[in-house]
Design a protein around this ligand. Structure first.
Ligand SMILES: N[C@@H](CCC(=O)N[C@@H](CS)C(=O)NCC(=O)O)C(=O)O
Length: 216
């Protein structure tokens, strides 16, 4: 059985969405956010205390985009991955990493310095600067959507899951009002997918069962 440790709408949503797109069976373990504070025994699973943690037999992974790639390559074949021989391979790998390293990381500073730190440690200038930094980096998505419908290979892939999760997080942080038209259209198409909707339903049901509220 594949096991995914998840907090509501945290980065673990990427592998959750991937699992739903692929129709794989999995167990979803819902935790309060952040688990390193509210569920300290989770540190025995993932010493970093971060979400996600993903278990498949002896394999344990903690990087959301890498887990998506793992699922596609290990449990495929699936069109959700792009093969090295295909023209969109480079764009695919780029989107997988761009979604996390370039689009999600700056938003974690916004989250931290507007919501997670105690009032006296909040720093509006850091939050504003990194919100602008994130919105500036969306230029790459806007430019691509001028001529394409997906991040790679002319079809929906794990690269889209990686990038679209960053847009989902931006919605939680109230940054989506500043999306440009091509990004708005792309995000609307991504979140209309059945796989996305099923992942949303799965986390809502699991959160209710665990007595947890939305974390992000
Ligand atoms: N690069 C990792 C980052 C994991 C990460 O930092 N997750 C956040 C949730 S979105 C977290 O667990 N934060 C709580 C903490 O740092 O204690 C990934 O893509 O999965």
């Amino acid at each position: 059985m594949l096991t995914l440790y998840h907090c509501f709408s945290a980065r673990s949503f990427r592998p959750l969405w991937a699992l739903e797109e692929m129709g794989l069976a999995y167990e979803l373990k819902m935790l309060p956010f952040p688990p390193r504070v509210f569920q300290k025994d989770y540190l025995s699973i993932n010493p970093l205390g971060t979400i996600p943690a993903f278990i498949d037999g002896d394999t344990m992974m903690t990087e959301s985009a890498a887990i998506c790639e793992y699922l596609a390559t290990k449990y495929g074949p699936t069109d959700l991955a792009v093969k090295p021989g295909e023209p969109g391979y480079g764009a695919y790998l780029n989107a997988l990493h761009f979604g996390e390293a370039t689009l999600t990381f700056p938003q974690t500073l916004v989250l931290r310095y507007t919501r997670l730190e105690p009032e006296e440690r909040r720093v509006p200038q850091v939050a504003d600067d990194y919100a602008k930094w994130f919105l500036g980096r969306l230029r790459a998505v806007e430019a691509r959507m001028a001529s394409q419908r997906f991040m790679a290979a002319d079809r929906f892939t794990m690269g889209d899951i990686s990038v679209a999760y960053a847009l989902m997080l931006a919605g939680s942080l109230g940054l989506d009002a500043q999306f440009t038209p091509g990004v708005v259209d792309y995000w609307n198409r991504m979140r209309a997918r059945d796989g996305y909707q099923r992942a949303m339903e799965a986390q809502t049901k699991a959160a209710k069962a665990a007595g947890l509220r939305a974390a992000l």
